[in-house]
Design a binder for this molecule. Structure first.
Ligand code: FES
Ligand code: MG
Length: 607
């Protein structure tokens, strides 16, 4: 029999796949293979099973991750798909990250998860790997790791949760978490209402049911060509359609393993062009920008070619078509029922690069031509046509100016009070989240509806909590909320949940924690100008005054002069993963990845 060859010392180990992959060669590779088979056989596998293409399935189930609660069923369905197609499915765990259970921030852990994913895919003898993810940071972490590992990888999305219902209104995490909480803070609803809502906002397993970061990343993964267009991004977590996607992913994985279709082979500048076009058309999460940049910078041929400028340029050509919260009014299940990503991509077709490859081996154009469900969409309410958009262009805009020399991002389509998008106002500055919590509701806070609320110290490194906490949605001071103020211009170096809306400028770079940051030297009363139309974010200070303040602050950051506040504290060296993070993380415009993990990361290790 074929397998006896494996133990024949007179023949070299055949350089093919499965259990023979990556054998440690400490002098006797035959023994290494012999040992490996000894141990895998402890699990009951036969030589026949072990001779098949081996498909790893990454299990990210965790009792702390309700967005991944359906992972066990997805694994079962994916295994079925693998085995029906003649492969052997072997599952293994990596870490799992949920937004609400990841102190200090989930973003702090994204790069750790990407390293876990990359190294386990590389270490183990898998011919291809299905990566099950869903919650915000998990999908980008897996794609980043998958690109770097560069074996065939197939994302499998857990899928969105169903909407809930409260007193006859549909509700869903987490746009409705935020607007109801704001209503409670403004005394519009009472404590009984808010506790009733708490029971219904996340009524099933799955990811947040609006166009938040998880839904955004699912749609971008489809736009990149890595998952099936039909249902891959949008089928609900608790639907039978989601299980069929899992089964299909299993069989696609065997095919991708045999064809050796790796992410570095599939993905190109054209794929990222399509993903950014989709990001703009869905009114996607601002977090999608950071993740896409990080993903692009893992690819040796794309690194540095996809930038904030690409987002800005494609945004100007791309209308907002998808009517989902927070930019619109519907839920992911509605998008799925309207034809999902197939329908959207058919609608966007004139704006897409059809030559981009997909995981199936076909180009995007071939996939769209072959879609049996044309013409799309089923509802023009949810997916509008190119000539009847919700917002003409530039759902996400990139701002620059002396306050954000390396860029800042605003989701203009999620601002309902559009006068704030062209605004000049007095800065009210908070030095980090603790300072904000202490003072925002102080009745004596010197603030009015025209003030610009500035939160420093929530960037990639931050003053206190690393990982760009989603604190960019600075709350409206209680005394103004009580007067009916619903929105104000708010600026920070942090992120905002994809489920949130408002006139919020994010990702200001360089972040306030860095000595050269202009955001770090803003003081109460400085005049701020934000003009989204002109893409400008300025502080009305002379260049001379800016440089004087930076030079004045620097010795306090270095600890050679006494600090006057939390924005000027000397950074203490930190041990462990946090120390690694603080030393190596790059800024928002580069994706907040570690400098040694990007495609040319070897450079960072030699300098
Ligand atoms: Fe997991 Fe929203 S918390 S997707
Ligand atoms: Mg989120």
């Amino acid at each position: 029999p074929e397998h006896l060859v494996d133990y024949d010392l007179t023949r070299p180990i055949r350089p093919i796949t499965g259990m023979r992959q990556g054998l440690p060669n400490y002098g006797d590779p035959h023994f290494a293979l012999f040992l490996r088979k000894v141990f895998i056989k402890a699990l009951g596998y036969s030589e026949d099973a072990l001779s098949r293409p081996i498909i790893g399935i990454i299990n990210t189930f965790s009792a702390f991750n309700p967005c991944h609660a359906n992972v066990p069923q997805l694994i079962e369905a994916a295994k079925r798909g693998v085995q029906l197609s003649g492969g052997l499915a072997l599952e293994f765990p990596t870490i799992s990250i949920h937004e609400s259970f990841s102190t200090p921030t989930s973003m702090f852990l994204r790069n750790l998860m990407s390293m876990d994913t990359e190294e386990m895919i590389k270490a183990q003898p898998v011919d291809a790997c299905i990566m099950i993810g869903g919650c915000d940071k998990t999908v980008p972490a897996q794609i980043m790791g998958g690109i770097s590992a560069n074996k065939p990888v197939l994302p499998l999305i857990t899928g969105p949760m169903m909407p809930g219902s409260f007193r006859g209104d549909r509700i869903g995490a987490c746009t409705d978490c935020r607007n109801n909480w704001a209503a409670y803070r403004g005394n519009e609803i009472d404590v009984e209402d808010i506790s009733g809502l708490n029971e219904e906002l996340a009524p099933t397993a799955g990811t947040c049911g609006v166009m938040g970061t998880a839904s955004t990343m699912a749609c971008l993964t489809a736009a990149l060509g890595l998952i099936p267009l039909r249902g891959g991004a949008t089928a609900p977590a608790v639907s039978s359609a989601r299980l069929r996607i899992a089964e299909q992913t299993g069989s696609n994985a065997v095919e991708a393993a045999i064809s050796k279709r790796t992410p570095q082979h599939i993905l190109s500048e054209a794929s990222f062009h399509n993903a950014i076009t989709v990001l703009q058309a869905i009114g996607g999460s601002t977090n999608g920008v950071v993740h896409l940049l990080a993903i692009a910078n893992r690819h040796p041929e794309v690194q540095g070619k996809i930038t904030l400028q690409t987002l800005e340029d494609l945004g100007r050509k791309t209308p907002l078509l998808v009517d989902l919260k927070p930019s619109g009014s519907s839920y992911m299940t509605d998008l799925h029922n309207a034809g999902g990503m197939s329908a959207l991509m058919q609608t966007l077709r004139p704006l897409l690069k059809l030559e981009a490859l997909t995981i199936s081996g076909q180009t995007l154009g071939e996939v769209l031509d072959a879609d049996p469900f044309r013409p799309f969409p089923f509802s023009r309410q949810i997916i509008r046509s190119l000539d009847d958009p919700l917002h003409p262009a530039s759902s996400l805009c990139v701002l620059r100016g002396n306050l954000a020399p390396n860029g800042a991002v605003i989701k203009a389509s999620a601002s309902k009070y559009r006068h704030l998008l062209s605004h000049r106002g007095r800065a009210v500055v908070f030095a980090g989240p603790a300072d904000l919590a202490n003072r925002i509701d102080d009745p004596d806070l010197d603030v009015d509806a025209d003030s610009v609320l500035i939160l420093q110290g929530i960037g990639p490194i931050g003053f206190l909590n690393p990982g760009m906490p989603e604190a960019g949605l600075v709350p409206i001071p209680r005394k103004l909320a009580a007067q009916g103020v619903k929105d104000m211009l708010r600026l920070s170096d942090g992120r905002m949940s994809g489920t949130a809306g408002g006139s919020i400028v994010l990702h200001i770079s360089p972040e306030a924690a860095l000595p050269e940051s202009v955001l770090g030297i803003v003081q109460n009363g400085d005049m701020i100008v934000c003009d989204v139309e002109k893409r400008v974010l300025e502080i009305e200070l002379s260049e001379q005054e800016i440089q004087r303040r930076i030079a004045d602050r620097k010795p306090r950051l270095e600890g050679t002069k006494e600090s006057r506040g939390p924005s000027e504290r000397k950074r203490q060296p930190t041990r462990g993963y946090r120390g690694l993070y603080e030393r190596c993380v790059n800024q928002a415009e580069d994706g907040v990845d570690f400098d040694f993990l990007v495609a040319d990361g070897a450079r960072a290790c030699t300098t």
